[in-house]
Design a binder for this molecule. Structure first.
Ligand code: KIV
Length: 302
């Protein structure tokens, strides 16, 4: 069941959903395309173009107005995860493990990741961290949970890093980051996100490890790319330097809403075509003509 889309309407062909090994197999074959997705409707559109969709914990900032991803609860990831697995039929759906749900021990990570998989029908989870998470990655993979790793800038560690800072821009940092990449691959991660990382380092890691690297603010040499969908659509107020806006959806929404507000105020919406006439067989009840309720003008105090 999890390898296929949920049953659609009768007669609708069932679509084979990509699985974690399908993503790994794309390394060296073709670029991997991915986006974040938080809702069923955007998932249904992105599904036609993407190999995997990530229900990223960035949804806390993008959708729910948090300043960082640190406060995001597991329940929120599960709720949005369910919407995306319902909307997407073909793409692998990967769900982020939020801060505090996996770092404590491999068994805590397993309990929470298993809950995410059972309650959402997603095909993999993502967690942040390199070497320090390799034991947990191995533990989850050995027990049937595909894991995408995430190194470079790891936003859940913002309070330790001291800001959303690009990583590996000093040669002295390279060895540690390369070691992170090697160890998550050895532990069994099926791919690894490289976030906000010096370009030559991302290219070098991509060459060095056997699993696909998914770049975000990293390098065109990565095996795949991901962006936060709202950022690339032009819907976010502020975006990081590495985002290219492929759309201007924020401006389109603004135009639509201001047009609606103007027409409501001018009473030109709804027009006749948006209203229901009485049935021809039914006469309108005889009643006093409707009167508009208007506010009484204020009487002067004097
Ligand atoms: O939460 C997220 O959206 C992510 C991407 C930036 C990779 O982790």
């Amino acid at each position: 069941m999890s390898a296929q889309s949920p049953a659609g309407s009768p007669g609708e062909p069932r679509v084979k959903r990509l699985m974690a090994p399908d993503i790994t197999a794309k390394k060296g074959v073709e670029p991997i395309v991915s986006l974040t997705s938080y809702h069923a409707h955007t998932a249904a559109i992105a599904d036609r173009y993407c190999d995997f969709l990530l229900v990223g914990d960035s949804l806390g900032m993008v959708m729910h107005g948090y300043e960082t991803t640190v406060p995001v609860p597991l329940e929120l990831m599960i709720m949005h995860g369910r919407a995306v697995t319902r909307g997407a039929k073909r793409a692998l759906v990967v769900i982020d493990m939020p801060f505090g749900t996996y770092e404590e021990s491999p068994s805590v990570a397993f309990r929470n990741a298993a809950r995410v998989m059972k309650e959402t029908d997603c095909g993999a989870v993502k967690l942040e961290g390199g070497r320090r998470m390799s034991e947990t990655i191995r533990y989850l993979v050995d027990r049937g949970i595909p894991v995408m790793a995430h190194i470079g800038l790891t936003p859940q560690s913002i309070n330790v890093i001291g800001g959303f800072k690009a990583q590996g821009r000093e040669a002295a940092q390279w060895a540690a980051i390369e070691e992170d990449a090697r160890q998550v691959a050895e532990a069994g991660a099926f791919s690894v996100v490289l976030e906000a990382m010096a370009e030559p380092l991302a290219a070098r890691i991509t060459e060095a490890i056997p699993i696909p690297t998914i770049g975000i603010g990293a390098s065109a040499a990565c095996d795949g790319q991901i962006l936060v969908m709202e950022d690339m659509l032009g819907l976010s107020q502020r975006v990081p330097k590495f985002v290219k806006e492929f759309g201007a959806i924020g401006a389109a929404i603004e135009r639509a809403i201001s047009g609606y507000a103007d027409e409501v105020r001018a009473r030109t919406f709804p027009a006749t075509e948006h209203t229901y006439a009485m049935k021809a067989t039914s006469a309108a009840p005889v009643a006093a003509p409707a009167t508009r309720v208007t506010k009484k003008p204020k009487t002067p105090n004097t």
